[in-house]
Write a protein of this length. Sequence first.
Length: 211
Amino acid sequence: MEIHQPSVVLLAITPDAEKLIEEAGRTCYLSLSKMTDDSERNFIRNAIKRGHHSILEHASASFRILGASRTFTHQIVRHRIASFSQQSQRYVDETEFNYIVPPEIKANIEALEIYREFIEHSRETYNKMRELGIKKENARFILPNALESQIVFSANFRELRTVFNVRLDKAAQWEIRRVCLQMLLILKEKAPSVFGDYIINENDWTAYSGL
C-alpha cells in the first residue's frame, strides 16, 4: 500500500512536566518559595533564553511514528540522547509491505510509474526469496528504503528542542520535517512553556524558535 503522509501518536509524557522543570531549576537558585500556580511559564522561558537548558532534561515524551520510511528512521536515530524501538525486518515478514511515495515523485507521472514498478519488483523478488526458503534476515537485503518502518521515539525535552532546531530547518529532508512538525504541534499544546516559542510554517513543515 502506498503511504503519502506520516502520522505521530503521543504515547507518554512526564506528568506535570513544566512544574517539574521549574522545581528543578529553582533548586539551583534556592528560590522554591517563589513558585506559584502559574510561575512556570516565565521561569522556563527565561531559563531557555539564558541558555540554562539542562533543567529541560527532567521531562520527556514518547511518540509512535507510523507511515514513515526507513530513510526517515536512518536520520532520526542519529540523535543519540534518545531511545528507539524500531520495527525489525529480521523478524517481521515483509511480503505485504507498505511504502512511502515522496511528493516530488508523486507529482511526476512518469517518475511515479517507474517508482511503482521498482517497488513491486522488489516485493516480487523478496517473496521469491522467501519461497526459496531464504530467511527473512537475509531476504531483507533487497528491500528498498521506501518501506514503512514503524518506530517508537523517546527523548527528554532538551534533546527534543535540539531535534526540532535541526530537523525543522528548511534545509532538512521533507519527510523528517513532516514527522517532527507533528511532534512539535503536540508538545506546543502539552508543554507550551517549553515549546510555545516556536514559530511554525505548516506550508513547508518548518519552524524556528522565536526567543
